[in-house]
Write a protein that binds this ligand. Structure first.
Ligand code: FAD
Length: 261
């Protein structure tokens, strides 16, 4: 089949590569001058500048399936977090994995959260590590906040640690997002490492793009303006220059649905 993918962010690149590997003729249309969307790096005067704060959890099943993690030469951050309380910085590390005894000691002595909350966090980490992804995603859902309260975490632990930390990951400081997402991310953090490729997060997108590039399947600087439709069926795209291109299937992998049929 002749398939168009709109958008060369990590979603469009992954989709395009999978379709190409499955034997389809693929064209990925990207509005900007480079691939990666929100996961891009600029290389300026020997500095690597990632666009926005992005890190890679090396335990993400999709990352393990789709990426050659070894080729990315991942650099891992130390496990744990630094919590700012009244202008003081306190280390909360993962005692199961952090090999730095000074950091373990600092975390033990930290008053950012109570000793009971530290034990609850440890128990949470141990439980998430022992359960499968399927098990932690099964059953009814609730808000992340309700889930943490149900596990007995104090208001201070939720407000000082979970709200800023997971609010940053889930882009929701109210913690009203799914408890399943919280458990999943906590498991990813507990099971693996938080990393950045040696050559920046953009290297990840470049790796996904390589095969598409080889086959001449990438059209950069080519915004799609509209979808072409035959009744209720999408059968192509209209490019910004007004030209119409026919396809058997069109995949939209852009941030917002600005395209019209
Ligand atoms: C602040 C922030 C921090 C984040 N941190 C992390 C993190 O640390 N780790 C992590 O795994 N995830 C993180 N994420 C999430 C991650 O960035 C996104 O899930 C991912 O980049 C989305 O990829 P995408 O391909 O769906 O979309 P995008 O990256 O938005 O890509 C869409 C592409 O489509 C193109 N496009 C748009 N319109 C058109 C058009 N009409 N024609 C052609 N092309 C078009 C755009 O130019 C773009 O290249 C973060 C997100 C944000 C906002």
């Amino acid at each position: 089949m002749n398939i168009f993918v709109i958008g060369a962010g990590v979603a469009g690149l992954t989709c395009g590569r999978l379709l190409q590997r499955a034997g389809h003729s693929v064209t990925v249309y990207e509005a900007t001058e480079s691939v990666g969307g929100r996961v891009r790096s600029d290389y300026i005067e020997n500095f690597i500048l990632d666009r926005g704060f992005q890190v890679l959890f090396n335990q993400y099943p999709a990352a393990q399936r789709q990426l050659d993690l070894q080729a990315l030469q991942l650099c891992a951050f130390d496990p744990g977090a630094i919590v700012c309380v009244h202008g003081r910085r306190e280390i909360l590390t993962d005692p199961l994995r952090d090999r730095s005894w000074p950091d373990k000691l600092a975390a033990g002595l930290s008053s950012a959260i109570t000793p009971l909350d530290k034990l609850r966090t440890l128990a949470f980490a141990v439980e998430m590590r022992s359960r499968s992804i399927e098990a932690i995603l099964a059953g009814d859902d609730e808000s992340a906040e309700a889930y943490l309260q149900g596990r007995g975490f104090s208001r201070a632990a939720i407000d000082r640690f979970f709200r800023p930390f997971y609010g940053g990951i889930l882009l929701d400081r109210t913690l009203q997002t799914s408890a399943k997402c919280l458990r999943f991310d906590f498991k990813m953090l507990s099971d693996g490492a938080t990393c950045v490729p040696l050559h920046g997060m953009g290297a990840l997108s470049e790796q996904l793009a390589a095969e598409l590039r080889e086959h001449g399947a990438l059209r950069l600087n080519t915004p799609v303006r509209n979808l072409l439709c035959d009744g209720s069926r999408v059968n192509g795209v209209v490019l910004a220059d007004g030209s119409e291109q026919q396809a058997d299937l069109v995949v939209i992998a852009t941030r917002r649905r600005k395209l019209r049929g």
